[in-house]
Design a protein around this ligand. Structure first.
Ligand code: FES
Length: 79
């Protein structure tokens, strides 16, 4: 599998709303990080769609190296 583009080197804080559906960009090409804007079309990447379980502010991954897609796990520190 191709490597995703590193869209950023730090997480973006996002307020997620409980019950709302989100599409996290896994390819790194979206101009609307950390969310998919359709720029993955023509690549092997697809967004990770998830529904927020609770309303809270989270750090979402922009470096695309996280082992927990969507959410920062500190992997950007190793870049
Ligand atoms: S734009 Fe990156 S997964 Fe859709």
């Amino acid at each position: 599998m191709a490597n995703p583009k590193i869209a950023g080197t730090s997480p973006i804080r996002v307020e997620l709303e409980a019950g709302k559906k989100y599409a996290y960009c896994t390819c790194g090409e979206s101009d609307n990080q950390p969310f998919c804007n359709g720029a993955h079309k023509g690549t092997e990447f697809v967004p990770k769609v998830f529904i927020a379980e609770e309303t809270k502010t989270v750090g979402m991954c922009t470096c695309k190296q996280t082992a927990n897609p969507g959410f920062c796990d500190g992997s950007h520190k190793a870049l």
